[in-house]
Design a protein around this ligand. Structure first.
Ligand SMILES: *[C@@H]1O[C@H](CO)[C@@H](O)[C@H](O)[C@H]1NC(C)=O
Length: 216
């Protein structure tokens, strides 16, 4: 088991916190006000019937399990096997006057990579209402060593405050998370895969949502 935590460079100065909006809401409302209303997904890494979804009772955390989000490279595999994506679409409801930020998401999977192969996992976060404002995290694993025999891995995104993606001010929004795993190689005879465990939810994703004052 090995953990990866990647910090993005700060993209902007931190927003002022600790303010109270004119209608009197504090900047830290009850987290139970956040609601993940529904979710959907699209992409060749998550065909229909291969994904399980669960939302926590307080609707602040959503977890996906993937059965077919798997990539392969090496002799006998098609070039199309070496990259897969699954985009998550989260329909969210929140009180007007506040914005929330994605603060943490965690991904688990399995990687078996011979020397010469690199596996990379990209996650791009953006709101449909402001699709030009994206934040992308990237984790890479170089094959060989402990990875030659296969290991479970964890990708943990911790996006710094200054680069949070803000939801639009309003009562609802769609947060998209485009996840992509890809394999590259410098050795045509080496084998590599990034996959999950069919018996358990080996690849899970959790999105925690944090609140900020809406800047008018
Ligand atoms: C390429 O990979 C194969 C299989 O892992 C290995 O036997 C061979 O030594 C590798 N060649 C180079 C140049 O690393």
């Amino acid at each position: 088991m090995r953990s990866f935590a990647f910090l993005l460079p700060a993209l902007a100065a931190a927003s002022p916190l600790g303010q109270v909006s004119p209608d009197g809401w504090s900047d830290s409302p009850d987290p139970s006000q956040i609601q993940v209303v529904s979710a959907s997904f699209s992409g060749n890494g998550c065909p229909q019937g291969s994904v399980s979804t669960s939302i926590s009772p307080d609707k602040t955390v959503i977890t996906f399990g993937f059965d077919r989000f798997q990539t392969y490279i090496g002799p006998g595999y098609s070039p199309t096997d070496k990259t897969k994506n699954c985009q998550l679409h989260l329909n969210l409801k929140y009180p007007g006057g506040f914005q929330f930020s994605v603060v943490e998401s965690t991904y688990h999977g399995y990687a078996q990579l011979e020397k010469g192969i690199t596996g990379t996992f990209y996650s791009t976060y953006y709101f449909s209402q402001d699709a030009a404002a994206t934040t992308t995290t990237q984790t890479s694993i170089a094959g060989g060593g402990i990875w030659a025999n296969g290991q479970v891995y964890t990708k943990a995104d911790k996006i710094p405050t200054a680069s949070y993606i803000y939801s639009p001010c309003g009562a609802s929004g769609i947060l998209n998370v485009n996840n992509r795993i890809a394999l590259t190689t410098t050795n045509a005879t080496a084998l590599g895969e990034i996959t999950d465990d069919d018996a358990t939810v080996a690849f899970t994703q959790q999105l925690n949502i944090n609140w900020k004052v809406c800047k008018k």
